[in-house]
Design a protein around this ligand. Structure first.
Ligand code: UD1
Length: 352
């Protein structure tokens, strides 16, 4: 198949590019080489063209004869300040809108979209008395008092998490999350209007070789890993019992190859996860043990806006794509403890 891959020089995009080529696909690889991700003036890797997805005329040329677009280009991270909002809107939302219009002009009818579990916001919770509930953002007073778990407001009962399927209500909690949901909405409307197919892969917490070193925009695995490398203990926020699903980048790449190869009708969101939840405390302990210390420190500090537990139900991706993650998080994180990391681009905020 002929595939246009955007964000091809990024952490995830470069793994997908390698796997698509290995699977025999013809890959047209593009990347904007944003300074926030690659550093200012970084050389464009061989085989990749420097293209901005917001440039519709450039896309019209590149999309000629393309069967499917695999759209990974995005400004990532949770959003450090409100000043990041225009960059998220411009690259993630306007960029996707320009791409969809160009795909319409060139009659390209299939999109594989990099989405994220951040569209869910808080996950799902259950109480003995209240059953399954959708919870609100945790209150600052509770966090400050060390009450990290969600509670039933009526009975004060501590709620337990449930795994999240794709059809739960979507409640983005950060600027980045808002931009990923808007991107999904544009893609879904485009699929309906044009009769096209969109497979939206909602990545859970991705880690693996060539992950960027820690910046204010990095995920926690890179932050812990970078701390350990410089002899510092990982700083675990809250009580360390917050739960996530850590999925290895090789599994993310495999899910993308499967989605490229298998047309699925209409707009279909899929959780892409390991299916094996893990606490942040366990992530820190696994990385620290693999590197021989220092031991993690559970700080009790918290970041306002962080969600408590978000755990995927991987079943739909298995049924529709045949995707089952191969890397167990404990084994994968143990290997990640010494994996190569990308040099940090510094702490540059994303630019327009
Ligand atoms: C992360 C990404 C999000 C991405 C999603 C899915 C960031 C900032 N967030 O969301 O963009 O879409 O995964 O891949 O990139 N923590 C510590 N110590 C630290 C830093 C964080 O204990 O030094 C804790 C946080 O409080 C949180 C957990 O680790 O409870 C996960 O944090 P993080 O990886 O930043 O963000 P997610 O919310 O999981």
């Amino acid at each position: 198949m002929r595939v246009l891959l955007t964000g091809a020089a990024g952490f995830i995009g470069s793994h997908i590019r390698r796997d698509l080529i290995a699977a025999g696909h013809e890959v047209i690889a593009v990347d904007l080489m944003l300074p926030a991700a690659h550093g200012p003036g970084a050389p464009v890797p061989e085989g990749i063209r420097q293209v901005d997805v917001r440039d519709g005329a450039a896309l019209d040329v590149l999309l000629h004869g393309v069967d499917v677009v695999c759209h990974q280009a995005a400004v990532v991270g949770a959003g450090v300040s409100a000043q990041d909002a225009p960059a998220y809107a411009s690259h993630n939302d306007f960029g996707t809108a320009v791409l969809l219009a160009a795909m319409d002009r060139t009659r390209c009818r299939r999109l594989v979209l990099a989405s994220s579990m951040v569209v869910y916001g808080e996950g799902r919770y259950r109480g003995v008395r209240c059953g399954t509930v959708d919870v609100d953002v945790r209150r600052r007073e509770d966090l400050a008092a060390g009450m990290f778990e969600h509670r039933d407001p009526a009975s004060d009962e501590v709620l337990t998490w449930e795994s999240v399927g794709e059809d739960v209500p979507l409640r983005p909690r950060s600027l980045y999350a808002a931009s990923k949901l808007v991107q999904e909405n544009y893609a879904s409307a485009w699929a309906a209007v044009t009769g096209s197919s969109v497979t939206a892969l909602r990545y859970h917490n991705v880690y693996g070789d060539d992950m960027p070193r820690d910046t204010p925009y990095s995920g926690v695995a890179a932050i812990f890993r970078s701390a350990l490398e410089s002899g510092q203990p990982p700083q675990v926020f809250e009580d360390g019992r917050q739960t996530r699903d850590f999925v290895h980048v090789t599994d993310i790449a495999a899910a993308n190859v499967a989605a490229v190869e298998q047309p699925l009708p209409g707009f279909l969101p899929l959780n892409i996860s390991s299916g094996r939840p893990i606490t942040i405390g366990e992530v820190a302990a696994t990385l620290a043990a693999a590197r021989g210390g220092p031991e993690p420190v559970v700080t009790g500090r918290y970041r306002p806006g962080d969600v408590r537990h978000i755990v995927a139900d991987p079943d739909r991706a298995r049924r529709t794509l045949g995707f089952v993650a191969q890397v167990d998080p404990i084994a994968g994180l143990t290997q990640f403890a010494f994996a190569p990391l990308r040099d940090s681009a510094g702490v540059y905020a994303p630019t327009l």
